[in-house]
Structure formats: structure tokens, C-alpha cells
Design a protein around this ligand. Structure first.
Ligand SMILES: [Zn+2]
Length: 138
């Protein structure tokens, strides 16, 4: 039996984030007090503690900070994707996010490689941010 890929829980705190993803936008929080940019969503700035935060759209550009190749899926939901890449992506705006690198040849992936944002539609309501190698540069 093949399981469906898991869906993230959506609550009051994360709903605006997932709604933006449904529109093809990855949102970050920028602190109105100190300018710090953070991801994932929190109720306060992790740098100065204020609760004055504004959602801003990420450019979608980033670089590979680290990655690993998964050759044995942890769940049958991911069997069709093996081998797949889990990566830490440093966004151009500063925050680092954990995601997958998809549609990218394994031999071309390296630390420092430029990547671009894309999305994987998992359900009618959930569009998961993913990344792929940016073409033409390395
Ligand atoms: Zn702040």
C-alpha cells in the first residue's frame, strides 16, 4: 500500500503562510522594529522580541547550504521519489529553510549552488515550497 504524502497541519498561526503558498508565494516575516527577517512564522521577532512583524514575499532565490541524498524512503509515500534530496537552503533574504531539491540532477548539486523556488501541489489547499537548481549558473 502506498501512503499519500503527509500534509502540514494548518492552524491560525500558519494559515496566512499556507494561503500565500497557494498563490505561489513564499512569505517571510520582517520585523518592523529591527529589520530582522525570519522563517518560519512566529509571534515575535527572534532578534529583538517585538510582535510587530510584517509578511514579505521571498524573492525565491537561494543557495544550497547543505544537503543529503535519501536513497531509502522513510515512508512509502516517498517511494516514487527515491533518490531525493533534503537540503538546507539559505534564502537571499537571510533565513535558512529545510526543503527538497527537485527536478535537479544529483551530480550537479553542491554546497553553494544557486537554487530557485518552486512549488509542489499536494492537495487542493496545500502547495509545498520546494527548490530546484537554477539553470545556467553553478
Ligand atoms: Zn526585531
Amino acid at each position: 500500500m502506498t501512503l499519500a504524502k503527509p500534509l502540514p497541519p494548518v492552524d491560525a498561526q500558519s494559515r496566512p503562510y499556507w494561503e500565500a503558498c497557494n498563490q505561489g508565494r513564499l512569505t517571510l516575516q520582517r520585523c518592523d522594529g529591527c529589520g530582522h527577517v525570519q522563517h518560519y512564522r512566529r509571534i515575535v521577532c527572534t532578534h529583538c522580541g517585538t510582535d510587530k512583524l510584517t509578511d514579505v514575499d521571498a524573492s525565491g532565490a537561494g543557495t544550497v547550504r547543505s544537503f543529503t541524498v535519501i536513497r531509502r524512503a522513510v515512508s512509502s509515500a516517498f517511494d516514487a521519489n527515491v533518490p531525493y534530496v533534503v537540503a538546507l537552503i539559505e534564502l537571499a533574504e537571510g533565513p535558512t529553510v529545510m526543503s527538497n531539491l527537485i527536478e535537479s540532477p544529483l551530480e550537479a548539486i553542491h554546497i553553494g549552488a544557486p537554487v530557485q523556488l518552486m512549488f509542489e501541489r499536494r492537495s487542493e489547499d496545500i502547495n509545498v515550497p520546494q527548490f530546484k537548481l537554477r539553470e545556467g549558473k553553478s
